[in-house]
Design a protein around this ligand. Structure first.
Ligand SMILES: Nc1nc2c(c(=O)[nH]1)N[C@H]1C(S)=C(S)[C@@H](COP(=O)(O)O)O[C@H]1N2
Ligand SMILES: [Mo]
Length: 349
């Protein structure tokens, strides 16, 4: 994302379609009875022209919301865990971003810089067995298997907006649990002022980590102040759209911090460290004048190379740019503004 400014046209119109268009098309297809599902995992063939409502090839798949979401390769116990999710009060009336966009328009630089690289190259990421090393200022350090971590942990669905620093956004139904629930179990000491997270480092599996021209250093590291980490909004996701997380979205577990730019929501976590001093996060290291530690969504503080006043809500196209105003703290001001009382957010961006 630091490499170049994305143009509004960087979502190919052939990959997306607006909700209303696909709904119209669905009813058209239902009525005409001409359409058979070809299975998921095929790119949504979209258009903004209703006259093209009939799919052209037999590979065409219409996005279907919660129906036909693929069950991915994951251990049976994890699939069952995700399936136990309950609805929660964390929701929004905004239109969900279709599964196709959520899983084919990604940032996961370990698998390349293209938005479609993660979907293509992360397919075989090995996520079982998976364990997480927890260390630093806590009473209960150790290496925990994913199963240990999820044992006795209830999961719920939360529909959150995700606002990327590149000025696009999505609305995603995650499945997971409050990060605070998990962190409390490690019994942080009074010296624990920050929490640092690391993504898997495995160049054999992650082609981006083998590149000598990498824009960022690996492993990918992110961090939160302890009160941010403990805020009820801060979420650990193990699924989306009711199923286990696709590898391109950070399987088997990733952070979701909805009031911050997307780069804080670190994927495929293998290490959590509690520290007394502020972690050195990947993006701050790579460009401290462009990416701050706090990275709170803030329309009043522009990125040095582009405005943060508005965003493209996916899916969009050049005909339907779907440009909306960016909200302070991504619309979660009521829940989190108090964390930054007295701070100059143009300095602590
Ligand atoms: N390990 C890792 N985590 C990452 C990234 C990454 O490149 N590597 N990209 C971040 C960015 S910039 C965004 S916008 C979100 C995108 O999450 P999504 O692809 O699930 O929508 O993941 C974040 N987490
Ligand atoms: Mo991002």
């Amino acid at each position: 994302m630091l490499i170049k400014t994305r143009k509004p046209s960087d979502v190919r119109s052939s990959e997306i379609t607006s909700e209303s268009v696909y709904k119209d098309r669905r009813s058209f297809l239902k009525k005409s009875g001409q359409f058979a599902f070809a299975g998921m995992g095929v790119t949504l063939v979209g258009c903004s022209d209703a006259s093209e409502a009939k799919p052209k090839t037999k590979d065409s798949v219409i996005e279907t919301g919660y129906d036909n979401i693929p069950q991915l390769r994951a251990p049976q116990w994890l699939k069952e865990k995700v399936a136990t999710y309950k609805q929660s009060g964390y929701t929004t009336s905004e239109q969900l971003t279709p599964y196709t966009n959520v899983t084919n328009y990604n940032n996961f630089y370990e698998f390349g810089y293209g938005k479609d690289d993660p979907a293509k190259k992360a397919v075989n990421l090995k996520t079982d067995p998976w364990s997480i090393t927890v260390e630093g200022e806590i009473e209960k350090p150790g290496t925990y298997t994913l199963e240990d971590i999820l044992k006795g942990q209830d999961v719920e669905e939360r529909i959150y907006r995700l606002r990327c620093v590149e000025a696009w956004s999505m609305v995603i139904p995650w499945v997971g649990f409050s990060l605070a629930d998990m962190l409390k179990r490690f019994q942080p000491t009074s010296k624990a002022k920050y929490v640092e997270f690391h993504t898997l480092f495995d160049p054999q599996q992650m082609p981006g980590q083998r590149s000598s021209f990498s824009a960022i250093q690996y492993p990918y590291v992110e961090g939160l102040r302890i009160d941010e980490a403990m805020n009820p909004l801060t979420f650990m996701a193990i699924g989306l759209y009711g199923k286990t997380l696709p590898p391109q979205n950070g399987a088997p577990l990733r952070l979701v911090v909805p009031w911050k730019y997307g780069f804080k929501s670190i994927k495929s976590i293998v290490k959590i460290r509690f520290t007394e001093t502020m972690p050195q996060s990947t993006w701050v290291k790579s460009g401290p004048n462009e990416y701050g530690f706090y990275a709170n969504v803030n329309p009043e503080v522009d990125h040095p190379r582009w405005s943060q006043k508005s965003e493209r809500r996916l899916p969009n196209s050049i005909w339907e740019p779907n440009k909306i105003e960016t909200k302070k703290f991504n619309g979660y001001e009521e829940e989190v503004a108090h964390l930054y009382k007295g701070m100059d957010l143009s300095k602590h961006f």
